[in-house]
Design a binder for this molecule. Structure first.
Ligand SMILES: Cc1cc2nc3c(=O)[nH]c(=O)nc-3n(C[C@H](O)[C@H](O)[C@H](O)COP(=O)(O)OP(=O)(O)OC[C@H]3O[C@@H](n4cnc5c(N)ncnc54)[C@H](O)[C@@H]3O)c2cc1C
Length: 360
């Protein structure tokens, strides 16, 4: 392969917020970017799921539940500026949820509309994206990186590879090339979370958006249909219930039916009244949130300029979506200032200053 073909090609593995931010910033900075994700779309844990069922009259119905992050806060000026720009582009809205009595005011949050993956979809607009492509190995060749999915070599060689996945998944790909990083990644405590998505008759009294009940099973209960840009239906409550991390860990390998029954009972206990469910389903997040991000102890991203291998994600950058964004921005910054990373001809505007633009 001629050197001109390989310099400046980067593969980003993972199309959650960290991967999408990285991909967009690198693309702005002149890299030729290709994104891979094992799922059928972008978003990662900024997730929305479509549910289909038959109602009592035998009619087919569908609705959507935001079953990952409810939204995210912006605590630093840089991330606030990013979120405000995304609001102006129409990808996000700011939202101040009404909290149930006894629940602390969650403060201002940002929520992608009309669904959670919108933000990452927009960030990735115009960038090559291979979905449904789990990367199970990365291999360093003389003239670049090669990626494999389901044992098959993916077309093309890449000057750099960025892993933007939860730590256990990154560790599996890092073990051969960066055993020290792999070892740190496997030690990160990622908390699991069982999530119930359920459609029920409207409760007699729950005029709130979010509750953090004092309950041994439920950590967070929210009314999905009351969220901005979602689809309320008369007489229906669309519940999303996240189980506590310790309860989820204890029951992580239980069958979904068992978990669903417990979570449905728990929601009724939280509401203090029976719930007439019309449809319900559960989702298991094996890696929902980081207990203690590595940023607390040092680096907010990893980058090896000699090999062209980089790692970012919330487990490095800090808690939640803001941490994922910060980690991606820190990685792009490191790559940008590394002269060996790409040719001088591609050193365009500083990537951290790239403007968000609506995709039309
Ligand atoms: C239930 C729940 C509640 C949450 N609540 C909040 C909250 O209130 N506030 C907040 O800020 N954050 C919250 N979060 C966390 C927030 O969603 C994450 O911190 C953030 O989205 C992480 O982004 P990321 O890009 O680092 O990782 P991810 O979003 O996990 O993206 C990683 C991507 O990598 C892909 N991938 C993994 N392995 C492979 C592979 N081998 N090959 C190809 N692709 C692969 C995955 O499919 C995924 O798309 C919550 C998360 C969950 C699950």
């Amino acid at each position: 392969m001629a050197i001109s073909d390989r310099v400046g090609r980067v593969a980003v593995v993972g199309a959650g917020l960290a991967g999408a931010v990285c991909a967009r910033q690198l693309s702005f900075a002149g890299w030729r970017v290709q994104v891979f994700d094992k799922s059928r779309g972008a978003g990662g844990r900024l997730a929305t799921r479509r549910a289909s069922w038959q109602d009592a009259a035998g009619q087919s119905r569908t609705t959507k539940f935001d079953h990952g992050a409810v939204g995210f806060a912006a605590t630093t000026p840089a991330f606030q500026a990013f979120a405000e720009q995304a609001c102006r582009a129409g990808w996000l809205v700011s939202w101040r949820p009404v909290a149930a009595s006894g629940t602390n005011d969650p403060g201002l949050m940002y929520v992608p509309v009309p669904d959670m993956p919108r933000l990452t979809r927009e960030l990735l607009s115009g960038i090559d994206f291979c979905w449904d492509t789990p990367i199970d190995a990365v291999q360093r060749k003389d003239d670049g990186w090669q990626l494999r999915s389901r044992g098959e070599v993916q077309p093309g060689l890449f000057h750099a590879v960025i892993l933007a996945m939860p730590p256990a998944q990154s560790a599996a790909l890092l073990a051969e090339h960066a055993p020290g990083w792999a070892q740190q990644a496997v030690q990160v405590d990622m908390q699991p979370c069982w999530t119930l998505m359920g459609l029920a008759d409207t409760p007699s009294a729950a005029p709130w958006d979010i509750a953090r009940p004092h309950h041994p099973v439920i950590e967070l209960l929210s009314r999905n249909e009351r969220r901005p840009g979602r689809e309320p239906q008369d007489g229906e409550a669309h519940w999303v219930a996240h189980a506590r991390a310790d309860w989820s860990r204890q029951h992580v390998e239980r069958p979904g039916d068992w978990v669903q029954a417990r979570l449905q009972d728990a929601v009724a206990e939280c509401l203090g009244e029976p719930v007439r469910w019309r449809h319900a389903v559960v989702h298991r997040w094996r890696y929902a949130q980081t207990g203690l991000p590595l940023a607390e102890s040092g680096d907010s991203c990893w980058w090896n300029a000699a090999s062209g291998l980089g790692v970012c994600g919330d487990f490095l950058g800090g808690l939640g979506a803001e941490g994922a964004w910060q980690s991606a921005m820190a990685l792009v910054e490191k790559m940008h200032w590394n002269a060996g990373a790409r040719p001088a001809s591609q050193q365009v505007a500083h990537p951290a200053r790239a403007e968000l633009q609506p995709s039309g």
